[in-house]
Design a protein around this ligand. Structure first.
Ligand SMILES: [Zn+2]
Length: 119
């Protein structure tokens, strides 16, 4: 089925893009970790706060990417099992426009709104 192959290819390319971003972030965090360790000798290091702010920011992004990777893997699993594009809550088909905008969506628009998530 061509459409399904298309979705799978899109999800896999999304996954590899997310994984390369995750690995770039890991490198950036490792570099920051090194900076942070090097600066622990000086309690009044003026660079301490910015590094720590950058650390929090990058860690936040890293967690978002991790969640996206998990969602994308789950979408691939659903695609293989035949449940892709079906609302996990009410069983209705998820609108193609919604899936195009958000390929990892597990809820239809109505259920997503009920669940308090933005489409
Ligand atoms: Zn639904």
């Amino acid at each position: 089925m061509t459409e399904r192959d298309e979705i799978e290819r899109m999800l896999r390319s999304r996954l590899s893009e997310l994984e390369s971003r995750a690995s770039a972030l890991d490198d950036a965090l490792a570099a920051l970790g090194g900076l942070r360790d090097a600066s622990t000798d000086d309690e009044h290091d003026p660079d301490g706060a910015p590094v720590s702010g950058e650390w929090s920011r990058l860690t936040g992004i890293r967690h978002e990417i991790e969640a996206e990777i998990a969602a994308t893997n789950a979408a691939l699993t659903r695609l293989a099992a035949g449940g892709y594009g079906v609302c996990a809550r009410c069983g209705s088909p998820i609108a193609p426009a919604r899936l195009a905008a958000r390929p990892t969506a597990t809820l239809c628009i109505a259920c997503a709104e009920l669940a308090g998530r933005r489409p």
